[in-house]
Design a protein around this ligand. Structure first.
Ligand SMILES: C[S@@+](CC[C@H](N)C(=O)[O-])C[C@H]1O[C@@H](n2cnc3c(N)ncnc32)[C@H](O)[C@@H]1O
Length: 216
């Protein structure tokens, strides 16, 4: 179905425009040869023919040439502000202690991560570690406690990060672990990292030695 829709979209994009269509450039573009048009963001361009899904034939200031289709739109205005309700609901639920208590009490889950970090403590020593979605910071704390890493960046988007800062402090790792209350997509870290650790699945993880031989 997805393939069909894409093919249909491509067909629509390449079909000949019945009428020339005036579109707006959404970014600057510099032609790489004489068959293409150069233009600046905000300029109006006349699209004469949608030759392929990627390249349209158009006109700018009386000159014709190819325009990259992804550089033009109906208008410069942002079509729809990004929906944030899903993030609010998701991170809202992780902001409460209850879910974290459930995860920490999931003994097989927490014990497996504990075991893996312990088994790799030599490897983790002196490394810079990023804990993606650190929650209460349990993985960061395991790393800091067992492996003597150079630094641990613990990133958590929900309000839990505020508790995690306290947990780090009270466990005596404030000089090792830095907690960032941000989405990992948005965070700017102080530097490059060597190792990623992350537990993003929550509770009731099914484990098997055959599937994950690293745990042995
Ligand atoms: C399954 S929980 C695991 C928490 C913790 N790592 C543990 O093992 O107890 C996943 C956590 O990742 C956080 N998270 C999910 N997506 C994130 C994102 N894009 N940026 C930062 N944190 C995120 C959630 O808020 C949640 O606290």
């Amino acid at each position: 179905k997805v393939g069909e829709t894409k093919e249909r979209d491509d067909e629509d994009r390449v079909k000949e425009s019945a009428e020339p269509e005036e579109l707006v450039a959404i970014a600057d573009y510099t032609a790489v040869d004489e068959t293409q048009l150069s233009f600046c963001r905000g300029e109006k361009l006349l699209v004469l023919r949608r030759v392929t899904a990627e390249w349209w034939w158009g006109e700018r200031e009386g000159r014709c040439g190819y325009i990259p289709a992804s550089y033009v739109m109906q208008s410069l205005e942002d079509p729809e502000p990004e929906d944030t309700w899903q993030d609010e609901e998701y991170f809202g639920s992780y902001g409460a202690l209850r879910l974290h208590l459930e995860m920490l009490s999931d003994q097989p889950r927490t014990a497996v991560y504990h075991q893996v970090i312990l088994q790799h403590k030599e490897f983790l020593q002196d490394k810079v570690i990023l804990d993606v979605g650190c929650g209460t910071g349990i993985l960061s704390l395991f790393c800091a406690h067992y492996a003597r890493p150079r630094a641990v960046y613990a990133v958590e988007a929900s309000e839990m990060a505020q508790h995690t800062k306290q947990l780090v402090l009270h466990n005596g790792f404030a000089d090792k672990i830095t907690v960032f209350q941000q989405k990992v997509e948005d965070v700017t870290l102080p530097g490059k990292v060597d190792v990623l650790v992350s537990e993003w699945m929550g509770t009731c993880l099914l484990v098997g030695e055959k599937t994950f031989p690293i745990w042995r």
